[in-house]
Design a protein. Sequence first.
Length: 434
Amino acid sequence: MLIHEKIAAQLPSWRERVTRLARDYGEIVIGEVTIAQVYGGMREVRSLVTDVSFVDPETGIKLRGLSVPEVLKKLPRPRGAKTPYVGGLFYLLLVGEIPSRAEAETVEAEWARRAEVPDHVFKMLKAMPRETPAMTLLSQAVLALQGGSVFARMYQEGMKKDAYWEAALEDALDLTAKLPLLAAFIYRMKYFGETKKLRSNPRQDYGTNFARLMGVPDRKSYAELARLFFILHSDHESGNASAHATHLVGSTLSDAYYAFSGGLNALAGPLHGLATQEAVKWLLSVLDTFGGVPGRDELYKFAWDTLNDGRVIPGYGHAVLRVPDPRFIAQLEFARARFPDDDLLRLAGLVYEVVPQVLKEQGKAKNPAPNVDAISGTLQYHYGVREFDFYTVLFGVGRALGVTANLVWARALGQPIERPKSLTTAMLEEAAKT
Ligand code: HAX
């Protein structure tokens, strides 16, 4: 397999670089930890390493060193399409190079070959109560696939440490191949009561196949969005909650299914992936209150009312970023080029002009700019995907690409089980005296 060969060819030099750093420079200090950080969610504590992506606070995510506009420009596209192959993005994350069209298509072909979902997974999903949250269903479906883990089987058979990454790569490809179908099945079953088994079309690319499986009216345009959405949501370095949870679980040598299910459970939280749906709800409540897109002053007051109620403005602020999220900008541009007159989009644009000022005046948020969640749901809503609690499922399908690429490299570079040290309050009080 092409990806396998490409990673295998790079491994000796990566292993040498990492071994040399740990062996010869292991005592070099790269940061310190303050009491504020211990109590403050470990912000800025430099304690993880990944080469798959890096969030620059001032310019945003770099996927293998490339900015969002560069990634969107350089990745190959399906013929006639405006947005790139998702398989090309996965190749970039795994291999570290922009693929040719043929290389991107090999990933798409691997996915097509691995897309089938076993019957027991559909049965399990159908047996769940209808009101089960969509993210619970997705996380369960991922766990239900765990029995097929190549990594778990080969580990039991005595696989050597050097080969862990190869088994992790098999799981990464299998899992990401099945997610669009699982997500679409959950969508149709939960919101429309359709329980017919779905099948992937091996001749369609990841985004086109997903648009067809979802059954949305404007499939061609939705396929463009699906590709963009999955690419933009794929990775945001290792410290965000879904990536970190996946990494932590994987570090125990749990396989990709266990690890990613853990990551999904983190993504389901309101301060993380759930913010997409919260942002659309907030925008709709503005439209509802004013009977349409309000004026700037009305919106300014509405935003202040939200803050004065003790609530956050969803989609704004970020733990690391200090500028508007380039993933927000990319989706805003996509939408403005296609449906500039959509009310929700016009409102999202106005909020982008007004809310940063409000947050600055309040003076609490370190970053008053929008994050990706401020706009993602607006685009889904336009295409008729209006079931809010499904938005985090879409985020999860995209996020799988980044976190499983990280798992492959973590196993390739022999990253150990993660085990930070905890202290007691009395110990910190003692430290505070010195
Ligand atoms: N509205 C109101 N207050 C906000 C705010 C916002 N959008 N963003 C930050 N603040 C407040 C925080 O609640 C915090 O208040 P307290 O001191 O009273 O606790 C203060 O500003 C400082 O927070 P911060 O240091 O700037 O931000 P954090 O690193 O603690 O948190 C969050 C980052 C993204 C969680 C935060 O900005 C937030 O709650 N935003 C709204 C929810 C949201 O959009 N989440 C999605 C984030 C992106 C993501 O992970 N997507 O999956």
